[in-house]
Design a protein around this ligand. Structure first.
Ligand code: FES
Length: 483
């Protein structure tokens, strides 16, 4: 027996886990998913749904896997007739009252009741009475609807609000078959982290108004990404339907955001679908920007850089939402210049999730300020803008509202070009992909480097900024230069 490790078998598979591990978690390591509803690894154990009943050798009766800790030599069996019968009974009771409205339910396709009934439920009900019926739907908060008829009373939402958000506005009201999740009459589910109750709900009882009827679960493609709403760096999934981002959900990362994201991050995506994008490189001819191909655009940038090199001054005004790769390549491109790079940070109010240490919507509302700083960019935005006025070359990376003015050459790489932007004065405009359309890394406030992936294609000829600057670095013969 290894020191500090408990060895047990689950459905015949031996596993070794640390002492104190719950049987349901040990089972995951054996590749066994014990059906469950009230259990969630990010919440306190409640043991109320009885869905996780399993047989444990030498125990006089079935045990709930979510509240039983492992012991040395334990033998767990999840597939015995007795265990399956018990779980089938739980499912049969749940389905007495749960409406079979899956065809119009947002949760269909990712509903744990659907999944476990399909996996091991009875083929038909034996219940001949009418099911309980509540109000069809209740408005719980700015983005949350409650459908009480679908509720299986697992209490995950109640425990989240009480233990993690520390705003106990939900409860289980009434008892027996009249029980439902109630909200305090004077309260709204408007805590900055309240949206997590929708993810936690194993059925379609708590729904997001924003996502309501936007897509069926099986139509969605899910791409691992990093939230750009602040510097916390929460791990997220960008859910797309037909190349449009329609939902943002948390991905678990125990070191950063556990299982949660805040509502600001959850809603920080419509801009990823903007239609008013720059779709082709633009080059100035006779004072006017004209669409062209990448080759001519690169030629023009190279001509500008070669003409200005040799002691010239360069300034880079960059977005702290750009990838570290793009920022590193901009810096390398300007390595022959006396250069200065800066970014601006939008600030807001900090909103912690009190029950989870070191997790908050951070005041700094950008994802990669730390990455930019590591590369030598500074927060001295005003000084960089002032220096731009007399610089021979100015690069602006996805900051169209910077208001930059310069007597030198201006090169703008961005996703959009608003009518009032001074970047319309650029000599060259390079269309780039946004965060949902490229691969890259951000460095969060704690210095953790995290990677994100493309969820949809970039429009027209737009390309990832790292590709654009990589091509320019190569064209300038700087590929081997030191970073
Ligand atoms: S998951 Fe174990 S009792 Fe609910």
């Amino acid at each position: 027996m290894a020191e500090g490790v408990i060895t047990l078998t689950i459905d015949g598979v031996p596993v070794s886990v640390p002492p104190g591990t719950l049987v349901i978690e040990a089972a995951k390591q054996a590749g066994v998913l014990v059906p469950h509803y009230c259990y969630h690894p990010g919440l306190e154990v409640a043991g109320v749904c009885r869905m996780c009943l399993v047989e444990i050798e030498k125990a006089p009766k079935l045990q709930i896997a979510c509240a039983t800790t492992v012991t040395e030599g334990m033998v767990v069996k999840t597939q015995t007739v007795q265990a399956k019968d018990a779980r089938q009974g739980v499912l049969e009771f749940l389905l007495i009252n749960h409406p079979l409205d899956c065809p119009i339910c947002d949760q269909a396709g990712e509903c744990e009741l659907q999944d476990f009934v399909f996996q091991e439920g009875r083929a038909a009900t034996r219940y001949g009475e009418f099911a309980k019926r509540f109000n069809p739907v209740e408005d719980f908060g700015p983005d949350i609807l409650y459908v009480p008829n679908r509720c299986i009373l697992c209490t995950r939402c109640v425990r989240f609000m009480e233990d993690l958000a520390r705003e106990p506005v939900l409860n289980v009201s009434e008892r027996g078959d009249r029980a439902f999740v109630g909200i305090h009459p004077d309260a709204r589910l408007d805590h900055p982290w309240a949206g997590n109750v929708v993810d936690l709900c194993p059925v379609g009882s708590l729904l997001s108004k924003d996502f309501l009827h936007k897509a069926r679960a099986w139509e969605l493609d899910k791409t691992p990404s990093i939230c750009t709403g602040c510097s916390q760096g929460c791990n997220i999934s960008l859910d797309t339907r037909e190349e449009v981002v329609v939902r943002v959900r948390p991905r678990s990362n125990l070191e950063v955001n556990q299982y949660f994201i805040c509502d600001h991050g959850r809603m920080h995506y419509p801009w990823m679908n903007r239609g008013d994008r720059i779709e082709a490189p633009l080059v100035k001819h006779n004072g006017e920007l004209r669409a062209t191909d990448w080759e001519e655009a690169f030629d023009r940038v190279v001509t500008i850089l070669r003409g200005a090199a040799g002691g010239g001054k360069a300034v880079a005004i960059v977005s702290p939402g750009a990838s570290s790769e793009a920022l590193a390549l901009v810096k390398r491109l300007l390595s022959g210049f006396d250069w200065k790079g800066a970014f601006q940070v939008v600030m807001g109010d900090e909103a912690p999730l009190p029950g989870v240490p070191n997790l908050a919507l951070r005041a700094e509302r950008v994802p990669n300020a730390k990455g930019a700083e590591r590369l030598g960019y500074t927060r001295d935005y005003a000084a960089a803008l002032a220096a731009a006025a007399t610089a021979s070359v100015v690069f602006v990376l996805d900051d169209p509202d910077c208001g930059v003015q310069t007597a030198g050459a201006l090169i703008y790489a961005g996703t959009v070009l608003p009518a009032e932007s001074t970047c319309r004065n650029a000599d060259v405009v390079l269309p780039i992909a946004n965060v949902a359309e490229e691969e890259g890394t951000f460095v969060n406030r704690d210095g953790r480097e995290q990677r994100y992936f493309p969820a949809k294609p970039a429009p027209g000829m737009a390309q990832p900024a790292a590709w654009v600057f990589g091509e320019l670095v190569a064209a300038m013969g700087l590929a081997e230069a030191q970073r």
